[in-house]
Design a protein around this ligand. Structure first.
Ligand SMILES: Nc1ncnc2c1ncn2[C@@H]1O[C@H](COP(=O)(O)OP(=O)(O)OP(=O)(O)O)[C@@H](O)[C@H]1O
Length: 264
C-alpha cells in the first residue's frame, strides 16, 4: 500500500518513446494540498509527468500512486497487475487537467461546457450541475457568458472556462500544462488571477507546468527542476530561484533571465 496522505507518488517511473528515455526512474511524492511547479528546459519531461497522471501515456517501469491507490496497476495477490480500463476510468476522476489549448467543446455553450461533464461522467443531477456551473463561472469571472459559445470568447476567457470545467468535476488534483502560453500577453494575468485563487483556497493539490517563473515562485510550495527526464533539484521557491545548488539549475535560470524573463 501507499501513503493515503499523498495525493501523488511516482516510484522509479520510466517512460520510453522507442529508444528515447523521456523519464528516467523518476520518483516524486506530493502530499495532499501541495502546490508544485515543474520547471525545466523544453523536452525535459514536464508535460509527460502530467500526461501519465491523466492516463494519456503508459509507463514502462515503476509505479504511480494517486490518493494511495496504484494508478497504472491494480493490487493482485502480493503484487500488482496491469490496470484495467475500468480501474483507469475510476482513477481518472481524482484528476482534472487544463491544457495549453483550452480543448472546449465548440458546439456547446459555456454553461454546457461546464455543466455537462459532471452530469455525464459523475451522474450529477441536471439541477445540481447547472448550479455548480453557474457558481464556477462566477468564480472565474464569467457569470455573464454562460449563453456564449467558445468561438465568441477571447483566449483568456476560453482558458477560464476550461478551468471552470475541470473544477466542475471536483477533482482532488489539478494539473495545469502551460495554461497561459497560448495567450496574448495582456490576457495572461486574468488567467493567473484565477489560478492564484485556486492555490490560495488551499485544498486542491496542484501540479503546474509553466514558463511563468515569477508566478511559479509566488504560488508554489515547492519547485521541481527537471532536466533530461530526471528531477535535478527541488526545493522551496526562494531557494531554487535565489540560491540554486545545482549547476544545471543555475544555467537554466541564467538563460531565462537572458531571454528577458523575470524570476523574482
Ligand atoms: N508522442 C511522442 N512520441 C515521441 N516522442 C515524444 C512524444 N511526446 C513527447 N516526446 C518527447 O519526449 C520528450 C519530453 O517531452 P515533454 O513534452 O514531456 O517535455 P516538456 O519538458 O514538457 O517540454 P516543453 O517545455 O517543450 O513542453 C521530448 O524529447 C519530446 O520530443
Amino acid at each position: 500500500m501507499s501513503d493515503r496522505q499523498l495525493a501523488v507518488e511516482f516510484r522509479g517511473v520510466s517512460k520510453l518513446y522507442g529508444a528515447l528515455a523521456v523519464l528516467k526512474e523518476l520518483s516524486l511524492s506530493v502530499p495532499q494540498g501541495e502546490k508544485i511547479a515543474l520547471i525545466g528546459p523544453s523536452g525535459s519531461g514536464k508535460t509527460t509527468v502530467l500526461r501519465i497522471l491523466m492516463t494519456l501515456e503508459t509507463i514502462q517501469a515503476g509505479t504511480v500512486w494517486v490518493k494511495g491507490e496504484p494508478l497504472w496497476h491494480m493490487p493482485k495477490g502480493d503484487g500488482l497487475a496491469p490496470a484495467t480500463e475500468t480501474h483507469l476510468h475510476a482513477m481518472r476522476r481524482h484528476i482534472g487537467m487544463v491544457f495549453q489549448h483550452f480543448n472546449l467543446f465548440p458546439h456547446m455553450t459555456v454553461q454546457e461546457n461546464v455543466a455537462r461533464p459532471p452530469q455525464i461522467v459523475l451522474g450529477v443531477t441536471s439541477g445540481e450541475a447547472e448550479q455548480r456551473a453557474q457558481d464556477l463561472l462566477r468564480l472565474v469571472g464569467l457569470a455573464q457568458k454562460g449563453a456564449s459559445y467558445p468561438a465568441q470568447l477571447s483566449g483568456g476567457q476560453k482558458q477560464r472556462v476550461a478551468i471552470a470545467r475541470a473544477l466542475a468535476m471536483q477533482p482532488a488534483i489539478m494539473l495545469f500544462d502551460e495554461p497561459t502560453s497560448a495567450l496574448d500577453p495582456e490576457l495572461v494575468e486574468e488567467v493567473l488571477a484565477v489560478l492564484r485563487d485556486i492555490a490560495l483556497e488551499g485544498k486542491t493539490t496542484m501540479l503546474l507546468v509553466t514558463h511563468e517563473m515569477s508566478f511559479a515562485r509566488e504560488i508554489s510550495d515547492r519547485i521541481l527542476f527537471l532536466d533530461g527526464g530526471a528531477i535535478v533539484e527541488e526545493g522551496p521557491p526562494d531557494q531554487i530561484f535565489s540560491d540554486p545548488k545545482e549547476e544545471r539549475t543555475r544555467l537554466f535560470l541564467k538563460k531565462i533571465i537572458a531571454a528577458g524573463h523575470r524570476i523574482d
